[in-house]
Design a protein around this ligand. Structure first.
Ligand code: FE2
Length: 156
């Protein structure tokens, strides 16, 4: 059992923005953050960062495709997050319970703040357009290779 990494934010329905795919992906992100522990940090972190890239790319595709007027600003927020994660990981400190707790706290705080402010704003706009909450959008594979991908995974 993970001990000492007690900072946990559970997914709740209040985090929903009303677009099913985005909500499902957000929920999975919370599950991955929650499962980070000293025993599995490398594998889970790889899976988490890979899923963040997938999620951002899909969300951006949905925004871009639907003509969301704040798309560029939103993209910049995703890029800023990616830089922050890259900075956190760049220190290359040894993993211990405190560092994992710091990472989880950062990820959870960012996710909650971002979802409840910026993603929610998109969700309201999106549904206001009369669009279906169940519209599903997966970015084409070639579009997944966005500029911050390598930075996020520390390959920049
Ligand atoms: Fe977002």
């Amino acid at each position: 059992m993970a001990t000492g990494t007690g900072f946990v934010v559970e997914w709740r329905d209040g985090f929903k923005i009303g677009v099913n795919q985005v909500d499902a992906e957000h929920r999975h992100l919370f599950t991955l953050v929650k499962s980070l522990s000293l025993d599995n940090v490398q594998d889970t972190l790889n899976e988490l960062l890979d899923y963040v890239v997938t999620h951002f790319t899909n969300e951006q595709e949905l925004m871009d495709h639907s003509g969301y007027p704040e798309f560029r600003e939103h993209l910049a927020l995703h890029e800023a997050f990616s830089s922050q994660v890259a900075d956190f990981l760049a220190s290359n400190s040894e993993w211990d319970d405190n560092r994992i707790m710091d990472l989880r706290r950062f990820l959870n705080k960012w996710l909650v703040g971002h979802i409840l402010t910026h993603d929610l704003r998109f969700g309201r706009w999106y549904l206001d357009q009369g669009r279906n909450a169940a519209t599903h959008m997966v970015a084409p594979v070639e579009k997944r290779k966005v500029g911050w991908f390598d930075r996020l995974l520390g390959r920049g």
